[in-house]
Design a protein around this ligand. Structure first.
Ligand code: SAH
Ligand code: SF4
Length: 342
């Protein structure tokens, strides 16, 4: 059976007209799906029972269902979710004083195998549908509400997978989240993180998107970056930087550089100087990220003194930099620890 949520409004309209229903019914159904997040036709209370039965006979809901919930000491919640084909993805809800952030997956596994990332050790099984990304947000929102009574304030595409290698579905999910026909969240509260797919970055720029973009940089030169991120072999830093400038021109949004500090690999003052050179080429902020050690990876997190010297050096050069502490480590919910242990 076809998943009702894989249909556009025009396709739903066509199906409803074929059932002898007026066109406005399609709009009602679309609202139930994407504004009110219903998970079955029986919840669509303004449809007649016979119509709901007809729809039930013709369409299904490929729902994402939560099956393991882990809570960290710091309030972070990680959920493992089953997809309709029994595959599993993970999502995380990270609360702090004034925000609750959902971290969502865009693929089952990842094809890119960055050497430091737990998700990279899984093979890419498939892309997630827009509805499957939407469902993660729906489920994480329930946890945010239970935690602070308010629900999610921010969404980051920093879970499993490379969002720009599932371009269409990721963009569609963001439309469902940010449009008035959907959840109507502010696009500036959404961030997509990429390992640096030049073509995808340009495509987003051309679409004039309103959300934020983060680049997983992690090393400031091609030579170094190539040793930990294969994607750098086909998407060189200078080309990625050009694409990021294009993104900035088209959207007015500064780029976030994510930079994990690894012990003895990218944490020297010379590395900081190379990072400053890149920073000067595109309007950006820098997030320095604490590495969460991953089993079987020889790279380790940088020592505190090295990190402090690195930060001080950047600040001396008036670089906008924030140091991100890790959250949810005790439950393997931190960045790069999502690996479907279940
Ligand atoms: N594929 C996309 C989005 C998912 S990864 C990307 O790579 O950007 C989200 C972020 O977590 C990336 O910046 C990634 O490099 C980082 N990350 C991966 N493994 C990590 C680890 N073990 N500790 C800290 N951050 C990690
Ligand atoms: Fe994939 Fe991102 Fe992990 Fe690299 S860091 S393996 S691109 S999820």
């Amino acid at each position: 059976m076809k998943d009702i949520r894989s249909l556009s409004l025009a396709e739903i309209t066509e199906a409803l007209v074929a059932l002898g229903e007026p066109k406005f019914r399609a709009k009602q159904i679309h609202e139930w799906l994407w504004q009110k997040s219903v998970r079955g036709f029986d919840e669509m209370t303004n449809l007649s029972k016979p119509l709901r039965e007809k729809l039930n006979a013709q369409f299904s809901f490929f729902l994402v269902e939560e099956f393991v919930v882990q809570k960290s000491k710091d309030g972070t919640v990680k959920i493992a979710m089953a997809l309709h084909d029994k595959r599993v993805v993970e999502g995380v809800m990270i609360p702090d004083d004034e925000r609750s952030t959902a971290c969502v997956s865009s693929q089952v596994g990842c094809s890119l195998s960055c050497s430091f990332c737990a998700t990279g050790f899984l093979k890419r099984e498939r892309n997630l549908e827009a509805s499957e990304i939407y469902d993660q947000i729906y489920l994480l929102n329930q946890h945010a509400k239970a935690h602070n009574g308010r629900g999610l304030t921010n969404i980051v595409y920093m879970g499993m997978g490379e969002p720009l290698l599932n371009y269409d579905n990721v963009m569609q999910s963001i439309r469902y989240i940010t449009s008035p026909e959907g959840l109507n969240m502010a696009a500036r509260r959404v961030t997509v993180s990429t390992s640096g797919i030049e073509r995808g970055i340009r495509r987003m720029a051309d679409e004039g998107v309103k959300f934020n973009l983060a680049l997983s940089l992690h090393a400031p030169t091609n030579d170094k970056r190539e040793t930990i991120m294969d994607i750098n072999k086909s998407n060189k830093l200078e080309d990625v930087i050009d694409a990021l400038n294009y993104f900035y021109e088209k959207t007015g949004n500064k780029i976030t550089f994510e930079y994990i500090l690894f012990d003895g690999f990218n944490d020297s003052i010379e590395d900081a100087d190379n990072l400053i050179k890149l920073y000067k080429q595109v309007p950006a902020f820098i997030n320095l990220i604490e590495y969460n050690n991953v089993e079987g990876v020889t790279l380790k997190k940088a020592k505190a003194e090295k990190r402090d010297a690195f930060v001080a050096h950047l600040r001396k050069h008036n670089i906008e930099v924030a140091v991100r502490r890790s959250r949810g480590k005790d439950i393997d919910a931190a960045c790069g620890q999502l690996a479907n242990k279940h």
